[in-house]
Write a protein that binds this ligand. Structure first.
Ligand code: NAG
Ligand code: NAG
Ligand code: NAG
Ligand code: NAG
Ligand code: NAG
Ligand code: NAG
Length: 233
């Protein structure tokens, strides 16, 4: 149901014609940024506020699969592993390998610049079609999660990391999977929320695209969301 960059023509002839989504491999290279998500916040997917007590991330709009409210990425879990920093000169290659398993609960809106600006026309400035915007600081992720070398660089927050990502089962890998309160959607949002506990990719348990289903342009920036807007890098 998603379009693979390399297969745009194939997609155009099939069900993907009406969208500009990409289908990404289950494992690959991406970038990671971080943003502030207040504890208890109900983000674009409409996942319960208690989900913020566990590692979560926003995904860039094209990979998220919707410009408004929920999309096919909602609820999916990924293991994200830090590789090296992108912006620093020289790049920082940490001696320790840090990973975190996140659940996608939020949209990182499309922008003209920034790290969530990948479209079918090209990747972000780091050459990546996927950017995971990690909700951090978080009560569930150590404050020293991001390795640093302050004596050499003079700062600790590198902002943008090259990472590897791996699609994983939420039920077996995500820290919040056994906390019923952290699973599912906010009932009051009714049809504008979609947060499966462990989407498998089947149409039965994976969110559709809210924007595609409501004829909201896929390339629009989020404007009419029922949920408050927070800023992403
Ligand atoms: C990661 O970042 C460096 C710059 O720090 C860049 O040269 C490299 O191509 C990027 N990609 C990978 C997969 O390391
Ligand atoms: C995203 O923005 C960067 C500059 O920040 C630019 O180099 C890149 O081409 C942009 N990507 C797209 C698809 O517009
Ligand atoms: C910090 O950078 C310096 C210079 O490259 C290096 O000698 C040192 O081992 C680094 N420390 C850590 C913790 O990476
Ligand atoms: C994952 O766990 C939830 C909640 O316990 C359950 O409803 C769901 O069926 C499980 N999914 C899979 C694929 O095991
Ligand atoms: C989706 O659910 C329907 C009805 O429960 C079932 O018949 C169908 O086989 C399911 N499809 C998949 C791909 O699991
Ligand atoms: C935008 O929100 C208003 C109410 O605030 C609603 O009437 C309208 O239908 C919404 N438009 C879309 C495209 O969701």
């Amino acid at each position: 149901m998603l379009c693979l960059i390399a297969f745009t023509l194939l997609c155009a002839a099939a069900a993907c014609a009406s969208s500009e989504w990409i289908e990404y491999p289950s494992d690959g290279i991406a970038t990671m940024t971080h943003y502030t998500l207040p504890s208890g916040y109900v983000a674009s997917c409409g996942c319960t506020g208690a989900s913020t007590g566990y590692p979560t991330a926003a995904l860039n709009q094209m990979a998220f699969g919707s410009s408004t409210n929920f999309g096919p990425a909602c609820g999916r879990c990924f293991r994200l592993t830090l590789l090296n920093t992108f912006l620093s000169d020289p790049p920082f290659y940490p001696e320790v390998t840090k990973s975190v398993v996140i659940k996608v609960t939020d949209l990182c809106p499309l922008s003209t610049t920034g790290w969530c600006n990948a479209t079918t026309k090209g990747p972000n400035a780091a050459g990546s079609y996927l950017n995971f915007d990690l909700a951090w600081p978080s009560s569930s992720i150590p404050d020293n999660f991001f390795p640093s070398n302050q004596s050499f660089y003079g700062y600790t927050d590198f902002g943008v990391w090259n990472i590897s990502y791996q699609s994983v089962s939420c039920n077996s890998s995500w820290a919040g999977a056994k906390d019923r309160a952290a699973l599912g959607s906010v009932p009051a949002l009714e049809m504008s929320a979609c947060c499966p506990a462990d989407p498998t990719g089947s149409a039965n348990d994976t969110c559709p695209s809210y924007s595609a289903d409501n004829a909201i342009p896929y390339v629009s920036t989020r404007s009419n969301i029922s949920i408050a807007t927070i800023s992403h890098k």
